[in-house]
Design a protein around this ligand. Structure first.
Ligand SMILES: [Zn+2]
Length: 401
């Protein structure tokens, strides 16, 4: 127990503090996947790494001016840079965007049209028609640059204010974002010439999924997943260094596992990245093999210091649901929680695989209003390592059942 605790702290400090950036494509992301591979193979697991292309991005800041006046703006993640001046056109709805002449102009999106983060162009899991129509009007309209004035959108963009309306390395019009307050101030400059300079750079890089396996696999496969990436420059302690730490603790507890199931632990790489490349690759490699999977257990947002850990269930057989419910009764800090869909368990559910999602009750209860994930507040101070151990112990008990 003491050793598990020390290991959990060491893993968490390395992933969520010593590495300052685990965004896909970055050096820190590759350091994180190397670390996971090194530790889990030292525990006697067979590992496989799956490589993919992933663009990294450097945020050099941005400035917006109109005459003597200036505005605070932030570069949209993965946007190309720009140095442009042009007439400011303001648009607040889809209908206005359809009518507006935006070619060669600088476009401000504000109000209703900027309420919800636009899903990346090539994101296949959830992509409302309305988002796709906005993106295609922007691309065919060819403005020189886009400024987005936004509020909060916790369910899609995490706890940040303002949030980037556009976060998409496949979208090539330069864009920045600003607060609603700055947006209201900028509205007064409609029709005038504004100058936008954004020092933003795209860099080609690589990323890896790491898959670790143990067991004979004569009786199906159990896949336990946690995404190892984080938003650019954010410690991502709860989202999701803690999930990766639980995988490593569970790997330790299952060191001597010799059951009749194949246990597969996957550090998936890309849940918080526009193109979800690790997930796409995992799906491709398992295309005709999802039916072998008995269950997915996905860990994301676990170990928050307040409240209990929450296990939620999706399409489990009656036996399996009874088993897991029986297991969690042995642990004071774990309860059954409400279902949520914004995680990698959705991939398995969509492919007909039963799933268990592991998170913190506080987060699933506040999924539309929390102000922590994807912000610097998601750091080591909010993680309770005892909860990570408790979850690993519960999963160990369940898998051995
Ligand atoms: Zn996450």
């Amino acid at each position: 127990m003491e050793k598990l605790y020390q290991n959990s702290v060491a893993h968490l400090i390395f992933l969520g503090d010593e590495i300052t950036d685990r965004s896909v494509g970055s050096d820190g992301n590759r350091a994180a996947t190397r670390y996971f591979e090194k530790i889990i193979s030292s525990l006697g697991w067979n590992t496989e790494t799956q490589e993919f292309e992933a663009m990294d991005w450097i945020d050099g800041g941005a400035s917006l001016r109109c005459g003597e006046d200036s505005f605070t703006v932030f570069v949209s993640p993965y946007s190309p840079g720009c140095d442009v001046a042009g007439q400011l056109i303001c648009v607040s709805s889809f209908e206005e965007l359809e009518r507006a002449k935006i070619t060669g102009k600088i476009l401000l999106l504000h109000g209703v049209i900027a309420k919800e983060q636009l899903m990346p162009k090539n994101f296949v899991f959830y992509n409302p028609e309305e988002h796709q129509r906005i993106i295609s009007l922007l691309e065919s309209g060819e403005p020189d640059a886009i400024i987005c004035a936004t509020g909060r959108n916790a369910s899609l963009a995490g706890g940040v204010y303002p949030f980037p309306l556009i976060e998409d390395g496949d979208f090539d019009i330069p864009s920045v974002f600003m607060t609603e307050e700055e947006g209201n101030r900028l509205l007064l400059y409609a029709g005038r010439t504004v100058a936008l300079k954004s020092i933003s750079k795209r860099i080609q890089g690589k990323g890896y999924n790491v898959i670790a396996r143990k067991g004979r696999g004569s009786n199906g496969r159990i896949v336990i997943t946690a995404h190892i990436d984080a938003k650019k420059g954010i410690p991502g302690a709860i989202d999701n260094a803690s999930g990766v730490v639980i995988l490593l603790l569970l790997a330790e507890l299952l060191k001597d596992y010799a059951g009749n199931k194949l246990i597969e632990m996957v550090a998936l790489n890309g849940e918080d990245y526009y193109a979800v490349p690790g997930q796409m690759l995992y799906i491709k490699n398992n295309r005709d093999r999802f039916q072998e999977i008995l269950a997915n257990i996905n860990i994301d947002g676990a170990g928050y210091k307040e409240g209990r850990s929450a296990f939620s269930f999706y399409g489990l057989s009656e036996d399996m649901e009874n088993d897991i419910k029986e297991v969690i009764q042995n642990f004071d800090g774990i309860t059954e929680g409400q279902q949520w869909v914004q995680g990698d368990h959705s991939i398995f559910i969509q492919n007909g695989v039963p799933a268990i999602a592991v998170s913190s009750q506080w987060f699933t209860d506040h999924i539309d209003s929390q102000e922590i994930t994807h912000t610097p507040k998601d750091n080591l101070d909010i993680v309770d390592c005892h909860k990570l151990i408790e979850i690993a112990q519960a999963l160990n008990m369940f898998i051995r059942k």
